[in-house]
Design a protein around this ligand. Structure first.
Ligand SMILES: Cc1cc2nc3c(=O)[nH]c(=O)nc-3n(C[C@H](O)[C@H](O)[C@H](O)COP(=O)(O)OP(=O)(O)OC[C@H]3O[C@@H](n4cnc5c(N)ncnc54)[C@H](O)[C@@H]3O)c2cc1C
Length: 149
């Protein structure tokens, strides 16, 4: 069951995000694909965050977080914030520079979700970057969207 579950979910294509939060001098970022748009009125998004993620206590205490939607070519950024440090990757102004878009959220609600927490954020501000194509995770690897001509 466990292997079939993982295999099935590897067949689900997801955009890649970096979730970030700051509390005083401590700022943390984490790569996440368990992200979804939840509601338009009010504007809500939802995220699955592992209960042991170092991001979690910072986000919970800060009651606020940002979600940077990664663009194609930002594989190194995703790897960095997934625990495989890369040269020259850093947050700027609490978000990933060059992201397709950034959602600035207030923590709205948290629900149990097995070994993860289902985190709901109310979007208070949207920052749009240059339009472009997303970084996609599918079949245990990074993929690119091919835009039909
Ligand atoms: C494609 C993909 C999708 C994933 N989706 C999810 C998901 O939806 N939910 C989930 O819970 N996990 C997900 N993960 C796993 C998650 O990204 C890793 O387990 C991650 O390492 C957990 O981060 P952490 O908060 O525990 O802290 P760490 O592992 O310590 O932090 C992650 C990395 O970010 C760096 N970092 C942290 N803060 C900063 C900062 N302020 N400036 C510069 N670098 C910093 C750290 O040095 C470290 O290399 C995913 C991983 C991948 C590859």
């Amino acid at each position: 069951m466990r292997e079939a579950f993982k295999e099935a979910l590897s067949r689900f294509a997801a955009g890649v995000t970096v979730v970030s939060a700051r509390l005083g001098q401590e700022e943390r970022g984490m790569t996440a694909t368990a992200f979804m748009s939840l509601s338009l009125e009010p504007p809500l998004v939802a995220l699955g965050i592992h209960e042991k993620a170092k991001l979690w206590p910072v986000l919970e205490a800060a009651r606020a977080f940002s979600v940077s939607l990664l663009r194609e070519g930002q594989e190194a950024v995703s790897q960095h914030f997934a625990g495989r440090p890369q040269e020259g990757v850093a947050l700027e102004e609490g978000r990933v520079p060059g992201a397709l878009a950034v959602l600035r959220c207030r923590l709205e609600a948290v629900y149990p979700g097995g070994d993860h927490r289902l985190v709901v954020g109310r979007v208070e501000r949207v920052e749009l970057g240059e339009p472009g194509l997303p970084l996609v995770y599918f079949g245990r690897g990074y993929r690119r969207v091919v835009w039909p001509s």
